[in-house]
Design a protein around this ligand. Structure first.
Ligand SMILES: NC(=O)c1ccc[n+]([C@@H]2O[C@H](COP(=O)([O-])OP(=O)(O)OC[C@H]3O[C@@H](n4cnc5c(N)ncnc54)[C@H](O)[C@@H]3O)[C@@H](O)[C@H]2O)c1
Ligand SMILES: O=c1ccn([C@@H]2O[C@H](COP(=O)(O)OP(=O)(O)O[C@H]3O[C@H](CO)[C@@H](O)[C@H](O)[C@H]3O)[C@@H](O)[C@H]2O)c(=O)[nH]1
Length: 435
């Protein structure tokens, strides 16, 4: 099939490259010319394992030609279906900001006036329940002068990939959720996903309506965010009693009903999804008159962890004027994404304590410069901790586990570990956040 994907960020680029690999002809549409040029050169515009190989296989001068990119929305006219993969950030009050989606839907709709055949639009972005029907459908209908069910189909297909493992997650999903409010749209969506379902060895396909599909995404993220906050709550109790929360997590994870995944306690969750999506569904619930106590508590526990982390440091050192190394800036390993990284409140807290900060990350320094342009950034983890009075582990990159003799070069071997990453050694003063 011929597919168009509007928005070439973490989701749009990944799904475009994967669909091309599964045999579809795909065009990415993005307003960012640099992203388009990069893709058309056969290169991946974001850091994701496995993505460079897929992009170079299908885009660029040596590619199969099944993947290309453009800034011109007209490209959608030669396709059967369009995925909307645009950002859905949060407003200051935490509610979802749909302005980018609305602008994209408007331009897409206007472009579709020129198409005579039926066209299917699939909302891939994370949007609060009823957005597809109440907000995006009227915009698309008005702008395209088509009616849903006649010239136009609009479906909702939430995405569950994680950054860092996006390609593997997309190609081997735990489930595929197809939200549609009419048969024709559902059929087109099934055709789009048929090669993926076959490739992934028949994962469960959940067929539902659009508002349920929208809610499944928030329930999924809310549940996982709350699971991490619950293990952090338990971890904080463990720390008070001198118990290792990781030993406890290993034991409770053996219960099938709990499961071993997402029980890593520490600094909590960041990233482009959990914080904004949890806030968005809380705000959406409140707008309907329901205050969700569990999700509010998940946010509260998460917000407290960075300060608890810094308080541990305070117990050992008055950091004013002292050199403190921050190890890890990405919101998790395997990505250069720093959006809502726990490194941000940690650095803010260190700055308010007047620490002399040096930061290191294997791939996320450039992105973090946008938040902290004047910070000192080291080229290696070893350089960062050299002469430092304390090292704070913020992201669980594998390379931090391998640090060893490098600690000898610290002015004072004080390590505060927010991610259960470092093996304590002789001569080191070591504190884990929840162990
Ligand atoms: N990042 C993830 O891991 C992830 C996973 C699942 C779902 N989601 C959801 O997917 C959506 C997209 O997230 P993302 O992380 O890929 O976003 P992103 O910020 O990485 O990328 C968005 C892209 O859209 C482009 N863009 C902005 N306005 C445009 C317009 N009017 N027309 C065309 N292109 C435009 C930007 O230039 C950018 O390249 C969000 O709703 C997000 O919540 C993200
Ligand atoms: O046991 C754990 C697991 C995760 N985290 C933290 O939680 C955050 C999110 O991690 P992860 O879920 O692996 O990354 P994301 O790429 O943000 O993926 C989440 O958000 C995406 C966007 O909605 C969804 O598609 C994914 O299913 C969902 O896992 C990170 O800061 C992690 O450090 C922990 O602290 N402890």
């Amino acid at each position: 099939m011929h597919l168009s994907v509007i928005g070439s960020g973490y989701v749009g680029t990944t799904i475009a490259a994967c669909f091309a690999d599964l045999g579809h002809d795909v065009v990415n549409v993005d307003i960012d010319e640099e992203v388009v040029t990069t893709l058309n050169g056969g290169n991946a515009p974001i850091h994701e394992e496995g993505l460079p190989e897929l992009v170079s296989r299908h885009a660029g001068p040596d590619g199969t030609g099944r993947l290309r990119a453009t800034t011109d929305y007209e490209a959608v006219l030669d396709t059967d279906a369009t995925f909307l993969c645009l950002p859905t950030p949060q407003n200051d009050d935490g509610s979802i900001d749909l302005s980018i989606m609305e602008a994209g839907a408007e331009t897409l709709g206007e472009t579709l006036t020129e198409k005579e055949e039926f066209h299917t639009v699939i909302v891939k972005s994370t949007v609060v329940p009823r957005t597809t029907v109440d907000t995006l459908t009227p915009i698309l209908e008005d702008a395209s002068r088509k009616t849903v069910g006649e010239g136009l189909g609009i479906g909702m297909n939430p995405e569950f990939l994680r950054e860092g493992t996006a390609v593997a997650d997309f190609l081997n999903p735990d489930k595929v959720v197809l939200g549609a409010d009419d048969e024709r749209t559902r059929d087109v969506m099934s055709d789009v996903f048929a090669p993926l379902v076959e490739h992934a060895d028949d994962p469960p396909v959940v067929e539902t309506d659009t508002k349920t599909a929208e809610m499944v995404k928030y329930a999924n993220n809310g549940f996982l965010a709350a699971k991490v906050s619950l293990i952090n709550d338990i971890g904080n109790i463990c720390k008070e009693f001198g118990i290792d929360a990781y030993e406890v997590a290993d034991a409770i994870g053996l219960d099938d009903r709990i499961g071993a995944k997402f029980l890593r306690s520490g600094l909590g969750w960041g990233g482009s999804c959990f914080p904004k999506d949890t806030n968005a569904i809380i705000a959406a619930a409140e707008s309907e008159g329901y205050e969700p106590p569990m999700l509010n508590a998940a946010v509260e526990v998460n917000d407290r962890q960075p300060e608890r982390f810094l308080n541990l440091l305070d117990e050992h050192l008055d950091v004013a004027g002292q050199r403190v190394a921050v190890l890890g800036l990405a919101f998790k390993p395997g990505t250069d994404d720093v959006r809502n990284s726990r490194a941000i409140p940690v650095i803010n807290g260190l700055q308010s304590r007047n620490a002399d900060i040096v930061a290191y990350d294997p791939v996320a320094v450039e992105n973090m410069r946008e938040y902290f342009p004047n910070l000192e950034y080291a080229a290696t983890a070893g350089d960062a901790i050299q002469d430092a009075d304390a090292a704070l582990v913020v992201t669980d990159w594998d390379e931090f586990q391998a640090l060893d003799d490098e600690f000898d070069a610290m002015a004072r071997q004080l390590v505060i570990d927010g991610r259960h990453c470092i093996t304590p050694r002789d001569g080191m003063t070591y504190e884990g956040l929840t162990w």
